[in-house]
Design a protein around this ligand. Sequence first.
Ligand SMILES: Nc1ncnc2c1ncn2[C@@H]1O[C@H](COP(=O)(O)OP(=O)(O)O)[C@@H](O)[C@H]1O
Ligand SMILES: [Mg+2]
Length: 502
Amino acid sequence: MDDTGKDFSKAVDNEEVNWRLRVFDSLSYPTMIIKPDYTLVSANQKFLQLFGKRPEQIRGEKCYTFFYNKDTPCQAEECPVMRLLKTRQGQTLPWRKQGRWEDRVFSPILDDHGEVAYIIESIRDVTQVKMLEIELSGIKELISRVVHSSASAIVAADRKGNIQLMNRAARDLLGVTDVFERTIYNAEQLYPPGKAKEIMSMLRDESMGGKGKLSGAPVTILDAFGREIPVEMSAAIIYDDEDNESATMAIYNDLRKKLEIEKQLQETQKQLAQSEKMASLGQLAAGVAHEINNPLTGILMYASMMLEQLDSTSPQRQDIECVIEDVNRCKEIVKSLLAYSRSTDFQRNIIDVNQLVEQSFRLTRDQKIFRNIQIKKQLSDEMMLINVDSNKLSQVIINLVINAADAMENKGTLTVRTYRNKPAGKVYLEISDTGCGIAEEHLTKIFDPFFSNKSRDKNTGLGLSIAYGIVEEHDGQISVSHTGPEGTTFRVELPQYIPAEN
Ligand SMILES: Nc1ncnc2c1ncn2[C@@H]1O[C@H](COP(=O)(O)OP(=O)(O)O)[C@@H](O)[C@H]1O
Ligand SMILES: [Mg+2]
């Protein structure tokens, strides 16, 4: 090689070195080169600026001295250089200092034999990314907290219906435990068969609250045990940027309490309507009873006089006796009507409800209609005082018991039960039979005066209306609490008497 040649190759070398140095210096990340023995070889401008050093202050320093002010290398597992030497693969060391986050990235420079000749360490400022990450995870955390603390049940599922999220309220509503979570994996299982598809098509229907939305629809869902729960449901399909369906979410609000209150309200309205009807019927009955009472007394008087005047052998005697008997029957009805219309005297006394039951049953004991009826008494152990006209209430119990015996055609089981609701201050008396039950269409009529579906000669259809009048007069309530082919239960509710304290 001549001089020129040498010069030429030198020139190329210089250019090459120059070029490489420029690249090194132009790197926008602070970067430096370390030897496998931890000696710093060189650093680029950015690095020198960052640490406020000149090149000669760096060259020859050990990295552990430069960064950590130590005399010996760091522990193997925490030193990325050592890890890199072992694996010959790049390493990243997250680094935090004074409110800044850095990723220190170590890359190997291999020699011709594939051994690590140098290590490039470059420092990347990831503060902004980290801040965004923190912000994002804060938002995520907030959303998750909002979702989980919501009183409404929230369930989200992916496109295939796999449940991805179920908040605490949803788990409570559906009775989902960890064991169940594994079994309820598809949203379809939250609905009765076929209903999930119907809901999806309702969701996709633009005319029902807009495309992908459904709001406040009453539906029935199934809990983890397959029990039905009425809920109000709002749901949405979640679309991705290309308008494809990517997920669905639903919010459920339990309607059981609301429905229960509505039912109670209806019940109260029904009772109110009934008591209004009874009040006007009562007035009418009282009026009629008064009007009829006087002529009846007249008829009875004249008939009795005629009977006295007739010869003991007269063939008309029997007819007159019939008249008298029928008039007496009419007078009984009038008396009952007057009782029902609250026009007779009222004498209250304080009595234990169980004692009242015993008294009333004693009156029925010897009657032959009870011979084949088993009487079961389930009387409360507690003393439950009521302040009532016990003769009148006995009449209520007797009427109910006779009706029960009639319904059972004089054979079956009659149960009388007493209990109370202490906080509400109510005492209850129930008479149940194993009789024929009451037809739905009769339920609204049985308390009406003269309603009866029994033979006319013995039954007046006044028993329940009298009972109703008496109970109402005691600020109580009488109702059919159950009826069906297996029998009927009548319930009488009365205010409990609470003695004043001294
Ligand atoms: N325990 C009962 N089981 C079935 N039906 C009943 C019962 N109690 C009452 N009823 C029905 O209510 C009607 C009215 O009863 P009530 O006023 O006592 O009149 P009566 O007994 O004279 O028919 C009865 O005719 C009967 O149809
Ligand atoms: Mg009766």
